[in-house]
Design a protein around this ligand. Structure first.
Ligand code: PLP
Ligand code: COI
Length: 341
């Protein structure tokens, strides 16, 4: 293959060799298959197409300096897919099947795992869809679980520089008792319009507030939010926020580094009090937030000088990346080596 420009990769779809599939039919999961077909033959009345009966995951594999390939917290992604599936009344793969298929997809596409020096990684996208035909709004009787991979660089065009963010008070991503806590397509559909408006205005991401009162911070469109103040790592606890595995890990690392961790309702009025803010997620890693614009008050909060990553965010970033690339001891047992064979 033509050598990819690994260090120039953004966050997009690059065709790889294979994807891995397993179908649930007649009450059970069938055989795991590996295919080079990028397309899915699907019934026109499949529930995923009409009623959004679908859930997905995102995780990464990293090639270390030592040549080893490590997957980060695959067990947590498997669990979260099950929780998303439960809420949409979908059949979900077991943790074992999920992990087996993720590893198979990585092994089959080993030549797409970016080299260590590039700073890029292999993004793994497990997808679960209702494929059974229904016309009424109800659960399908057939499902497809598939895993594809694609090499990626930074999610935001700023790379690892702080991003500008805008609060959206005119659109909501997730209802208070809705589906924000699970990783389902509908949440992302609800964020496309407001995300695009933000991009047109020059912002990299939207910060959503709680849909009911607009009093508390929820999260960004593809990442959780955290703020740091007075030696505390503060991050919203809300039913409409996706339980981010990166944030879960950062809460542990923050505590290991000596920060006090607060996972609670975070008022939007606290924004001016933070010394550092960030967006965190598998794709976003830790993207420091340089500024947050609130259109209602016509006010911009700037963090640090708005251009440099704050010292705690940098420490957290270095520790997390260090664990993922095998350079910092994985004391919590978060990584799993993928043997390429
Ligand atoms: N919040 C949303 C809405 C997301 O799409 C993601 C990405 O998965 C996250 C948070 C971060 O979650 P994780 O750290 O598990 O990738
Ligand atoms: C991830 O971080 O894995 C995400 O799912 C973000 C994505 C929606 C692009």
């Amino acid at each position: 293959m033509k050598e990819l420009n690994w260090s120039g990769l953004g966050f997009g779809y690059v065709k790889t060799d294979y994807n891995v599939r397993c179908a649930w039919k007649d009450g059970k999961w069938g055989e795991v298959t590996v295919t080079n077909d990028e397309y899915i033959p699907i019934h026109m009345a499949a529930t995923c197409l009409h009623y959004g009966q679908e859930a997905f995951e995102g995780l990464k594999a990293f090639r270390g300096k030592d040549g080893k390939v490590r997957l980060f917290r695959v067990d947590e992604n498997a669990k979260r897919l099950r929780s998303s599936a439960d809420y949409l009344l979908m059949e979900a793969p077991s943790e074992e099947l999920f992990t087996e298929m993720v590893i198979k997809a990585i092994q089959a596409n080993a030549r797409f795992i970016p080299p260590y020096e590039s700073g890029a990684s292999l993004y793994v996208r497990p997808l679960l869809i209702g494929t059974g035909a229904q016309v009424g709004v109800k659960a399908a009787d057939e499902y497809l679980f598939l895993v594809f991979v694609t090499p990626v660089g930074p999610y935001f065009k700023e790379g690892f520089k702080p991003i500008p963010v805008i609060i959206d008070r005119d659109h909501d991503r997730a209802a208070p008792l809705g589906t924000g806590h699970v990783k389902v397509g509908g949440n992302y559909a609800a964020s496309i319009y407001s995300g695009e408006l933000a991009h047109e205005k020059g912002y990299s991401s939207v910060l959503y507030l709680d849909a009911k009162q607009k009093k508390y911070i929820d999260e960004c469109n593809a990442a959780n939010f955290f703020g740091i103040r007075d030696g505390k790592y503060i991050t919203p606890n809300s039913h409409s926020v996706l339980p981010s595995i990166t944030n879960l890990s950062l809460r542990q690392l923050a505590s290991d580094l000596g920060l006090k961790v607060e996972n609670r309702e975070v008022e939007v009025d606290e924004l001016p009090t933070f010394e550092e803010c960030g967006a965190c997620g598998t794709a976003a890693v830790i993207s420091a937030i340089g500024s947050i614009y609130d259109p209602m008050l016509d006010k911009t909060y700037v963090y640090g000088n708005g251009k440099e990553v704050g010292s705690w965010s940098k420490k957290l970033y270095d520790t997390l990346r260090g664990i993922q690339y095998g350079e910092v001891e994985d004391v919590h047992g978060w990584t799993k080596e993928v043997i390429l064979g």
